[in-house]
Design a protein around this ligand. Structure first.
Ligand code: ADP
Length: 726
């Protein structure tokens, strides 16, 4: 008996400490017979205060928990009591509690008597609210994460498409290739019914179909989209007008919304999604990218996002290709012009010194095929190097016989100057180097000996080739074959030389005899005044003819490098005074003035110069002053010496005559140049100032003129006092 009592005590103790609530019900009236503390704790949260703390014992569930009926719990109790089939509920939500909804796992098992009748019901209940809420929270977080993942996945896909498109179109400079690459890239990422690209034809104001994929089986179905005028009602044209993508989520419902015509081939084809992205590069419209989908699309879906994103890259690539096409077109035009020019042209690259371009004329003049000229640096070009070696005579002592050689003096001088350590350097090398340094050099003469042995005299100019921003990328040499002109010039010089020589003898004789006759006639007074005047005239004219012939001879001397100076110390003041005295006798009608500055009349100013040549310079300047100014006017001959510049003197000849027009001034020192508006009765050949300049330059001096038309001219000569032959 005692053992029984103990066993029961143990049972209660166990029930009390079980982690689940346990309660025993009467199967008939569902009265609560017994329950452990945990069950009471659970159930108390649902109970009215009057039923709490075990006061429900002995009462039916219907009494103390009326909500149990509404929530179907009572029905479950009754069913188990009736059928004897145990009930088990997982995660049962019960809302009657002051804590709101609580969740329970509970079971209801029948207890049978010895006859098998259900007499009692035993309920176990475990509250799992905390676990359920934790799970629900986990599910909510999971759902949110999935949503974020979906967005991220859409974004990733969009970026993947854009990246594929950007990568595919980046390299190409051809619109065809760009559109094919773009379509292929989009197509690998989306299952589109059609993808096509139209290119903007800004002249015709149409969008011309560039590529469509796949090409529709029925031609007529896409012939209507081959050329779409900007002002048509096609969505493609609308995309251009609106500047924004046209997105039709469902083509099938679009006609009813008035977005597209129901007869549109795409609507008829049963397609759903449609996107047309206008391709704008800055302010320039390049075309459109269109995609048609089997399924409906949404504005923020991956297809639209990816196509819009790719559009930027396709537009940029198409713009790049268009600009490249334009530049290429211009380049070809320029190339065609250069190819046709009669002047030879060589272009040398700054990066490697190679000749990157030679035109047909260059090949023709140099006698080297175009293909052999290009791709090799000018200074290492084997054939161009032979041109120099053959062209340059090794300079021995002195100059070659001048005037007789058919080797032009200018070319000779040029080539002599371009020998370094007796190694010939083709003048063009220097021209290229100087051009790459930013200099422009014009009219440089050089001789080349072509591979066929023919000698060609070239006149070349070179200049730097700059890109925007001013950086030099290369040098261009333009040259022409002046052999024929040089030969004519040579012949002319030879003729001048011979003619002057031949004329000098008879004129000297005429002048000599005229002087003798004049002298005799004056002494004997045997001639009439008229004959005496004639003799004087003959004398004067033959003197001026002699001067002219001397000038012509000087000209040929300069051409043949024979005008050499006889330098010696002389008193500059007395030379000038002497010239003025002589000129004053000849030009008695003018009023001559010597103006010394920084010097006394009695001073001497010793300089090393060629006296005869310097007298010639002064004579030329003074006779011009006489010739081009009215009789009786003043002619000032000035000489300035300053101790601050002790190595030079400044000489000037100033008249108040007709003056020189500003546009003529830069030309008056050129050979044979005479001012255009000049009274042609004033004799002259236009050689005098040329000779003046040559002589002064050879003394390492400088000559220049200042003049105002109608108010006279001043010619200045800056003469070094210790001249060396230039
Ligand atoms: P020319 O034999 O014609 O005088 P020059 O070579 O001496 O030849 O002079 C060239 C040109 O310069 C002249 O034809 C003239 O037009 C102009 N010229 C030279 N000196 C003067 C001057 N003192 N006054 C005005 N014009 C001058």
């Amino acid at each position: 008996m005692d053992g029984q009592i103990h066993t029961k005590t143990y049972d209660y103790t166990m029930l009390e400490h079980m982690p689940i609530g346990v309660a025993l019900f009467d199967s008939q009236d569902l009265g609560l017979l017994a329950a452990n503390t945990l069950f009471h704790t659970f159930i108390d949260t649902f109970l009215d205060p009057t039923w709490k703390n075990g006061r429900a014992i002995g009462h039916s569930i219907i009494e103390y928990l009326p909500k149990a009926k509404e929530t179907g719990v009572v029905a479950i109790f009754r069913r188990v009591a009736k059928t004897g089939i145990p009930y088990s509920a997982g995660e049962f939500a019960f809302s009657g509690c002051e804590r709101g909804i609580t969740y329970w796992n509970w079971t209801l098992d029948p207890i049978r008597d010895s006859d098998g009748r259900v007499v009692q019901l035993i309920q176990t209940a475990t509250e799992i609210t905390a676990q359920v809420l934790a799970r629900q929270e986990a599910e909510r977080v999971h759902a949110a994460l999935s949503q974020t993942n979906r967005i991220a996945e859409t974004g990733r896909k969009r970026l993947e498409v854009i990246e594929t498109v950007a990568h595919s179109v980046r390299e190409s400079l051809d619109a065809d290739n760009i559109s094919m690459a773009a379509i292929k890239a989009v197509n690998t990422c989306f299952d589109a019914l059609y993808i096509y690209i139209h290119i903007a034809n800004s002249n015709q104001k149409t969008l011309d179909l560039l590529h469509i994929h796949p090409v529709p089986a029925k031609k007529p179905s896409f012939s209507s989209v081959q050329h779409i005028p900007y002002d048509s009602s096609f969505p493609i044209a609308q995309a251009y007008k609106q500047h924004n993508p046209i997105i039709i989520e469902d083509l099938q419902t679009a006609p009813s919304l008035g977005i597209i015509d129901s007869s549109n081939a795409l609507v008829m084809s049963g397609a759903h999604g449609y996107t047309c992205v206008p391709l704008w590069f800055g302010d320039t419209f390049e075309g459109t990218l269109t995609a048609v989908f089997k399924e409906c699309i949404s504005e923020d879906g991956p297809e639209v996002q990816a196509l819009v994103g790719s559009g930027m890259y396709i537009a940029a690539a198409l713009a790049h290709a268009r600009l490249h096409r334009t530049v290429e077109h211009e380049r070809r035009r320029l190339r065609a012009v250069l190819d046709q020019l009669p002047e030879g042209i060589l272009i040398t690259e700054a990066s490697n010194g190679c000749i990157s371009y030679a035109n047909a004329a260059a090949a023709n003049i140099l006698g080297i095929p175009v293909t052999s000229l290009t791709g090799i640096p000018l200074n290492r070009h084997p054939q161009i190097l032979t041109l120099i070696h053959d062209a340059l005579p090794v300079p021995q002592a002195g100059l070659p016989a001048a005037g007789t050689s058919n080797y032009p003096q200018a070319a000779y001088k040029e080539n002599i100057a371009t020998r370094i350590n007796n190694h010939p350097i083709f003048p063009w090398h220097f021209a290229v180097i100087r051009a790459l340094g930013g200099e422009t050099i014009s009219s440089q003469e050089a001789m080349v000996v072509r591979p066929d042995g023919n000698k060609v005299i070239t006149l070349s100019s070179s200049a730097p080739l700059r890109i925007e921003g001013g950086d030099i990328t290369g040098a261009v040499i333009v040259f022409q074959d002046v052999t024929a002109q040089k030969s004519i010039e040579q012949q002319k010089n030879e003729f001048l030389s011979i003619a002057s020589h031949e004329l000098r003898t008879p004129i000297t004789a005429i002048q000599g005899f005229a002087e003798i006759l004049q002298m005799n006639a004056t002494q004997e007074q045997s001639l009439s005044p008229q004959s005496l005047r004639a003799l004087t005239f003959i004398n004067e004219q033959s003197q001026s003819l002699t001067r002219l012939i001397e000038e012509m001879l000087d000209l040929t001397r300069i051409e043949n490098a024979q005008l050499l100076l006889n330098l010696a110390p002389h008193d500059l003041i007395s030379t000038i005074k002497h010239v003025i005295e002589t000129q004053a006798t000849a030009g008695a009608n003018h009023n001559f003035q010597l103006v010394p500055e920084g010097l006394q009349d009695t001073d001497t100013l010793i300089g090393v110069f060629d006296e005869n040549r310097f007298v010639q310079v002064l004579n030329n300047l003074i006779s011009n002053a006489i010739k081009y100014s009215p009789a009786g006017s003043r002619i000032e001959v000035g000489l300035r010496y300053s101790p601050t510049t002790p190595h030079e003197a400044l000489i000037w000849v100033k008249d108040s005559g007709i003056g020189i027009a500003a546009n003529e001034l830069p030309h008056i020192f050129k050979r044979f140049h005479r001012a255009s508006g000049l009274d042609r009765s004033i004799s002259g050949l236009g050689i005098g100032l040329y000779l003046v300049q040559e002589v002064v330059t050879r003394h390492r001096g400088r000559v220049w003129a200042e003049s105002t038309e109608g108010s006279g001219s001043t010619f200045y000569v800056r003469l070094p006092l210790k001249s060396k032959q230039a």
